[in-house]
Each structure stands twice: as structure tokens, then as C-alpha cells.
Design a binder for this molecule. Sequence first.
Ligand SMILES: *Cc1c(COP(=O)(O)O)cnc(C)c1O
Length: 370
Amino acid sequence: MNDQSKRAAELAHLRGRKLSKGEPVPLPLTMASMYHLPGDPEGFRQYGRFNNATWEAVEEMLGHLELAEALAFPSGMAAISAAFFSLLNTGDRILLPSDGYYTPRMLSERFLKPFGITADLRPTGAFLEGGFAGYRLVFIETPSNPGLELCDIEEVAKAAHAAGAVVVADNTTMTPYGQRPLDLGADIVVSSDTKATNGHSDALFGHVASRDPWLLSAMRDWRKLSGAIPGPFEAWMVHRGLETLEVRFDRMCRSAEIIAPRLQAHRSVGTVRFPGLLDDTSNNLARVQMQRFGFLIGLTLESEELAERFIDDCRLIQPATSFGGVHTSAERRARWGDAVAPGFVRLSIGCEPTEELWDALETTLNHLNA
Ligand SMILES: *Cc1c(COP(=O)(O)O)cnc(C)c1O
């Protein structure tokens, strides 16, 4: 049995092992701004912005999966902001992927630049080219959202560390079950748990994880002082989501592995990007650095119109932005201005039975050119 399945099995019993007789087996939701706190406050939960038992429970689960300490945040962007704002100073340079999730670039342009922190952009597929001299922080996202390009985490971490940079890896598209950036040398993992981790499209959440106590303490202080804290109810939902993540992720990745080559073979589909395809440019790297190939597939149809019809007509596709839900969803990323073809569709494979899903996708594709 591999380490991943061992971690998944233990995850189901993390809480149970610590229960006293008569306590509820599922996690109670602690909604509290005040705690009973007479006298010396040291060593006790003090105030809702500092501590919450429901956060601690979800952080324990995330930390168990990351093999690191984890801190919960109200969204993926709050987690990314914590890494940026707690570590960067005026005069620092940072490196961001030009083809990753667009909000970190906007955040940096709108709010880091005025503080004298400058960002350079580099495509994920060429991330090692040009070196890392002069960077305080190097941010990677692999596979990138939406283009599904990869970069070599271990090589980037080695070279960036030699240049004195902190390496932050956005692992949203893979979850700790699909890829382990900290094991490959990244200093901080950030994740939008809004996506597959929660998995039910009903909460926003995020986390950071690190094995470096100094980095953790800076990000913990940022959370406490900036007030970027998660709501206990969202933490409770994500705790529940994490209990089924392994099963959902396994189904989603397995279906994607079966569906991607079939899409590639369909006459209505142009190019298909999926790290698990044998002829994908990143397949060799994917085999080495990823535990799974993920559940996102990028497919390009002939035109914007055909792409929109594919998304709207398929009875098992939910047209929506975001991804990682139990339901298959898709969107045309060019509608947000991502640098992709007008007919490029980001398809997020859900938990539907695989052959039912394929049947719906194929039927829709067969009728597209009719
Ligand atoms: C969605 C997403 C984010 C932002 O997460 P929120 O929870 O929406 O704040 C960050 N990185 C990636 C790769 C994402 O897909």
C-alpha cells in the first residue's frame, strides 16, 4: 500500500482517536467570538479572530495530508495574499506564471506594485528558462489553470533556492492526493479549497501549508492581524468535504484518464490538453512528479460558437466558472480574457459514473456539426 492510501485511511480516524466516551463522532460546529476566559489568558482560546476549534480540526486534516502544518483561510486568494503580504517587502521582486490563474497577477499589479514590489511574468512551460537571480519569491502553478502546462517543481525549487528565493506552489488543481509540492522542495503550498477539496460548490475556503516554522508564524500573524479568517461554518463544511476527497478525487481522475483520449479521438475536437495523454508535451514530467493526472481536461473546439453549444447542450455539463465539484462543469476561458483560443473549453470532470458521462459528452459532440 502506498503512502497516499495510508494517509487517506488514517484521515478517517483522526478525530475518533481522541474522543472521550459520549462525545459526538462527527465534528461539532463551534460558532464563537467569545470564550470563557477569566484571569490569565495565556494558553487558552481567547477570541474568535485568534482561535476556533472548527478551524483547528480542518487544519489538522489538511496538515495530515500535507505532512506539514496547515493554516486555514477564507478563500484561495486569502491564502495566496497571506503568503505575499507576510513575506514581501518594498524593493522585492517576485516571479509569477503568465499563464496561471489570473487573480494573483491582478493582485500584484493593483496592490503590491504601489508598495514597490515588482512582478515579472514567465510561462509555466518555460519556467526554468532565465533563472531566478534577484527574486525574493517564486510562485508556480502546475498544472496551470487553464492551459494545463507543467513545470518541474523539484528543478524550480533547487534553482530558486540557490538564488535565495522562497518557492510558493499553488496546488489547487491537484490537491494533496494528486501532487506533493512540499516533498519536491517547495517552501509553501497554497490551495483554493473552494474547488475539489470542498468539492460541493457551496463554500469558499483556502489553506497554506509549510514545514518552515518562520514562514508559518509570519502567515499566522498576517491572518490574525489582517482579519483574513475563515468562517467556522465554512471550515465545518470543508472538514466534511475532506472526508470524501480521496473517493471523489479518485473517481474524477479515473474518469478523466478514460475520457481524455476519447475526446482526442473525436472528429469534432481539435487539440486536447491532459497531462495523462501519452502524446501530451508534459506527459513525461507528469509521470514523475504527479501521483495522478488530475480531473481537468482542456479541449479546443473549432469556434466560440461550437464551444458554447457543447457546454450548453450537454445534459451532464454544468456551465459555470470554477471547477472541482461533484458535478461535471465547463466554461470557455476566453470569456474572461485568458490567453487561450476562443473555442478552448476547460472541462472539470465530476463524480458521475464514467460511461454515463462519456455517453452524454459524445452525444453532444456528435450533434455539434449537424
Ligand atoms: C480558484 C483558484 C484560486 C483562487 O481561489 P478562491 O478560493 O476563488 O479565492 C487560486 N488558484 C487557482 C489555481 C484557482 O483555480
